[in-house]
Design a binder for this molecule. Structure first.
Ligand SMILES: [Zn+2]
Length: 403
């Protein structure tokens, strides 16, 4: 029954593109089953096998991935009040927004993490630990993002903030053998002048590890086109743009991100499904935007736990990821906020294996999709794909007798 409603929305949206956004939105809900992914020689993928697969993480917020222990230690040093000083309980508190499908509760928790990220030492430590934690999941390349403007409350300037984070990523990356790039985020609700300042900052640090620019924050009432000058600046400098779009808001937001702001990647993009008509895993019809995204291989960063946790999608079963993956869109999996979503990249792949029947080859394909979509240069990507990723999967295949 819902599929009918959804089809209607699909058509509705194709006619509404370029016009006003909707007054309200409903969570994406699909009837996607039965799936027809094949199992890999009947092999069961265990947690350990998935953890050992080389992975690429392109959507991971620095202020959404702290260790509860670190938050407690830093809060004690600075006298920052916390809802709990017990690591497990604090972790639970951070995940409560996800449990209750509450975006406000989810977002509220960032006030706590950013409160303990106001000194150079804290920023360096947190960035270094992020690299350690990603290495434990066998992430071989990571693009970490954060909004520098949220870390100047105790007197640091923007350059100092970015330098401290890059230092931590560099140390942690070298110690753990993880390659990285840093993405600087501006906030949608901020004034366009502040956004331009962050865009200039990103370009100024391009030789030092910054690889791109993002705009994050509440989509409703804050269209990215308001910040057009910042995007034009980035494009004029031949730099990279990813934009959070199509998470809480529909096709219009994705269209604006790509066609007005020039996004090279889309963060989330789940609601692109409103620009197509599908039956199960088969796409019957696509609107021009969906075709454009598929034709131009525009990458979409999907975050399963985060999307379900914030209510952008009702359940894993309703998530459009398998529909896009099965139909050759360039999609891959990311964590978004490991702390608030209580997840890791290994867990995201486990969800996809369990819910959508993904196999070993699919995990490799998704990882290669992500690596192709990274913001580092082409030769570096090729080296990582052939010397690290494909080699790593070939070794695991041999070890687990998968061929
Ligand atoms: Zn995000």
């Amino acid at each position: 029954m819902f599929l009918k409603k959804w089809k209607r929305i699909g058509f509705y949206w194709r006619h509404k593109i370029n016009t006003e956004p909707p007054l309200s939105h409903m969570p994406v809900k699909l009837a996607l089953f039965p799936l027809d992914f094949s199992s890999y020689n009947g092999c069961m993928l265990t947690h350990d096998m998935i953890r050992r697969c080389p992975k690429v993480e392109l959507h991971d917020h620095l202020d959404g991935g702290l260790r509860p222990n670190t938050i407690i230690e830093l809060a004690k040093e600075t006298g920052t009040p916390l809802p709990s000083y017990e690591p497990e309980e604090l972790g639970q508190w951070f995940a409560r927004g996800c449990r209750q499908k509450s975006l406000p509760l989810y977002l509220e928790t960032f006030d706590v993490t950013t409160a303990v990220m106001q000194t150079k030492e804290a920023l360096t430590r947190i960035a270094r630990e992020a690299m350690e934690d990603l290495a434990a999941e066998n992430v071989v390349y990571a693009e970490i993002r954060f909004a520098p403007a949220l870390h100047t409350r105790m007197g640091l300037n923007l350059e100092e903030v970015v330098t401290a984070v890059l230092k931590g990523l560099d140390i942690g990356g070298r110690e753990n053998g993880v390659r990285f790039g840093l993405i600087l985020c501006a906030m949608r609700h901020e004034r366009p002048e502040s956004t331009l300042e962050i865009a200039e900052l990103a370009v100024a640090f391009r030789e030092k590890g910054v690889v791109g620019f993002d705009i994050a924050g509440d989509e409703y009432g804050h269209p990215p086109k308001k910040h057009i000058e910042a995007f034009q600046y980035i494009r004029s400098k031949n730099f990279n743009i990813t934009i959070h779009a199509g998470e809480a808001f529909g096709v219009e937001s994705i269209w604006q991100a790509i066609q007005i702001c020039g996004a090279h990647r889309i963060g989330h993009g789940v609601r692109l499904v409103e620009d197509m008509v599908a039956e199960g895993m088969s796409i019957k019809k696509m609107g021009s935007l969906a075709h454009f995204i598929q034709d131009r291989r525009i990458p979409m960063e999907f975050c399963l736990s985060s999307n379900v946790g914030t209510g952008a999608v009702e359940s894993f079963q309703d998530h459009p990821f398998p529909l896009f993956f099965k139909n050759s869109f360039r999609v891959f999996l990311c964590t978004d906020n490991r702390l608030m979503s209580g997840t890791t990249l290994t867990k995201e792949f486990e969800i996809a294996v369990r819910e959508y029947g993904l196999d070993f080859k699919d995990i490799e394909k998704i990882t290669v999709n992500a690596m192709k979509s990274a913001f580092i240069h082409h030769d570096q990507k090729i080296r990582l794909i052939y010397d690290v990723i494909k080699k790593g999967y070939a070794e695991l295949r041999r070890e687990y007798s998968l061929e």
